[in-house]
Design a protein around this ligand. Structure first.
Ligand code: AMP
Length: 191
């Protein structure tokens, strides 16, 4: 089973992906995590991505598609994967389709977690206060920028998957356990 977790930054995609990974033995492919690792390791990809990420903007489609194309070749993806944070633009969604088609694979379901923007801002502030050290891109200004980018560039990907009959929309503002339960019910063959 290959699935996409879709939703604005802070909607809980990472938490839910970790739970699904555990339960269904899927690889968790977070493009944000991959890029943060590349930044930390100062690889060429990391050097290209660093300032763009700090500004809350999107790295280029070409760069991120290359990262994902390499990652889904890894053996742990053979039994299925969860994409978290990818695709984020229509060209990325189209490139993903082409990538998977070449391998005889497909996306089985796209789970959209919806979220209330004011609540997301509160959550990010809370997270930063708890950890004592905010992630570089987690300040409120950057979050607002990221929400703008989500609305203008990422949300338009949803109709692409809705047209294929793959989109399931879930209220991401409910408790983590409720969201997990709803996601599980939305998985193919479990509805
Ligand atoms: P995330 O942790 O998924 O919110 O990603 C953190 C940052 O990494 C984003 O704000 C973007 O700058 C960059 N990024 C992650 N995934 C993508 C993607 N699919 N396309 C472009 N930029 C991305």
């Amino acid at each position: 089973m290959n699935l996409i977790l879709f939703g604005p930054p802070g909607a809980g995609k990472g938490t839910q992906a970790a739970r699904l990974k555990e339960k269904y033995q899927l690889a968790h492919l977070s493009t944000g995590d991959m890029l943060r690792e590349a930044v930390a390791a100062k690889t060429p990809v990391g050097r290209e991505a660093e300032a763009i990420m700090a500004a809350g903007k999107l790295v280029s489609d070409e760069l991120i598609c290359n990262v994902v194309a390499d990652r889904i070749e890894e053996p742990d993806c053979a039994h299925g994967f969860i994409l978290d944070g990818f695709p984020r633009t229509l060209p990325q969604a189209e490139a993903l389709d082409a990538m998977l088609e070449k391998k005889g694979k497909q996306i089985d379901v796209v789970i959209e977690l919806t979220a209330d923007e004011a609540e997301l801002i509160k959550r990010i502030e809370g997270r930063a206060a708890e950890s004592g050290e905010a992630r570089a891109d987690d300040n409120v200004e950057t979050l607002k920028k990221r929400l703008d980018v989500y609305r203008s560039q990422t949300a338009p990907v949803l109709p692409f998957y809705a047209a294929k009959g793959l989109l399931r929309t879930i209220d991401g503002m409910r408790s983590m356990d409720e969201v997990t339960r709803e996601i599980e019910q939305a998985l193919p063959g479990r509805g």
